[in-house]
Design a protein around this ligand. Sequence first.
Ligand code: FAD
Length: 440
Amino acid sequence: MLSAAAASPTLARLFAWTEKQKLTNWAGNLTYSTDRVQDAVSVEQVRSFIRSQNKLKVLGTRHCFNSIADSRDYLLSMKPLHEVVAIDAEARTVTVDAGITYGQLGPYLDGKGYALHNLASLPHISVAGACTTATHGSGEKNGNLSTAVAGLELVTAAGDVVKLSRKNDGDTFRGAVVGLGALGAITKVTLHIQPTFAVRQYVYENLPFAQMKEHFDKIEASGYSVSLFTDWQKQGINELWIKSRVGDGPAFAAPDEFFGAKKATRNLHPIAELSAENCTEQMGVSGPWYERLPHFRMGFTPSAGKELQSEFFVPRNHAVEAILAVERLHDQITPHLLISEIRTIAEDDLWMSTAYKRPSVAIHFTWKQDWPTVRQVLPVIEKELGPFQYRPHWGKLFTISPAVLRSRYERLPDFIELAKKYDPTGKFRNDFLDRNIFAS
Ligand SMILES: Cc1cc2nc3c(=O)[nH]c(=O)nc-3n(C[C@H](O)[C@H](O)[C@H](O)COP(=O)(O)OP(=O)(O)OC[C@H]3O[C@@H](n4cnc5c(N)ncnc54)[C@H](O)[C@@H]3O)c2cc1C
């Protein structure tokens, strides 16, 4: 049944989800626990909708694999709010509506002569959803996407509009940026921008693990953004992707052979058997940042589609040890895996960021879509990575106990206080947040 407020003609139209068309996340592994979805169309409407509800969850582009965005009550979709609000050339920032995707924003910024510092593997995700879950790309010197945030506008549980900026709000800002959707509905995000730049992408095949082990630092330092893809078989990295900025420091020389790996002679998908049609251009062809930093192109299905994902962040100084620990489990992992990716992320100061106060290496798993089996394998990997005090990706699948998860975030008590300030009754909380964050 609709609430009176949602059915009001003064509020925006409701998505026409029928009983038969249950709303799922992008991967289809999660059916949201409600089919009541309200479209956000303006900040004023978001304010009155939030005031009218006791419980709701804000939805971005639905790319999380776990239930962090789920609600049993109401979903408020920010997707229709996707305009660029303003570029501030002096401050070098762009302000956007929260529902805009990186795929929409990238070409716009480039057309104005600007770029973002980094992007995730796909451009299809919303800026607010990505930043609030600490979504990342790769690059030793690149913080995750939330580190580009200079300011936020959010609507609190009371329907008030709060504006926070790195410049004026210190600790509150650092607590709010990776807010896990727990503080309110983000309606606008201000991001740092820089002059546009071009990138060349090179792919190498079959990097021996022995070389990776010996030269990990050099390999990671070889490009602006570096990804290692492996299925953990044959003691090797299947593909090494190096994204090199053009005209900014020494260019990657792109030799035919690089630490025993061979330069690819055609575009490749990270899962070599799949067509590279949906992948960004490789072979060293120079192109704009927004068409090279992601692995996947807008307008195509990213990754494999029918899949699950998990990812674990360990301190950068334990990178090789942690990778070798996972490699020892190859016989348990590979049968259920589509591909793994290894990336590096610079440390940051955002309380709930997976890279909070530690330069990190992220070990990612794209699984076949078989949750009963993946659920058995995850604890084995998590046990092996336990000594490295890993943090799981907020938007992907994990089985770590909530108590251990909470112990990995030293500012968690402050984050809970901050969430209570903006949402005293837990309007924006769901089962995921209650279990993993708020349960004591
Ligand atoms: C194919 C694929 C590839 C991926 N690649 C990467 C990658 O390279 N790197 C990486 O780190 N992650 C990656 N991810 C994970 C993805 O980036 C995150 O799951 C991200 O959160 C997706 O954003 P979204 O808008 O879809 O969020 P949703 O799933 O819609 O929501 C996620 C969370 O954000 C909150 N939220 C969303 N919008 C708002 C808002 N406006 N205000 C308040 N809260 C909000 C929701 O309440 C929820 O808690 C990938 C996912 C897929 C499916």
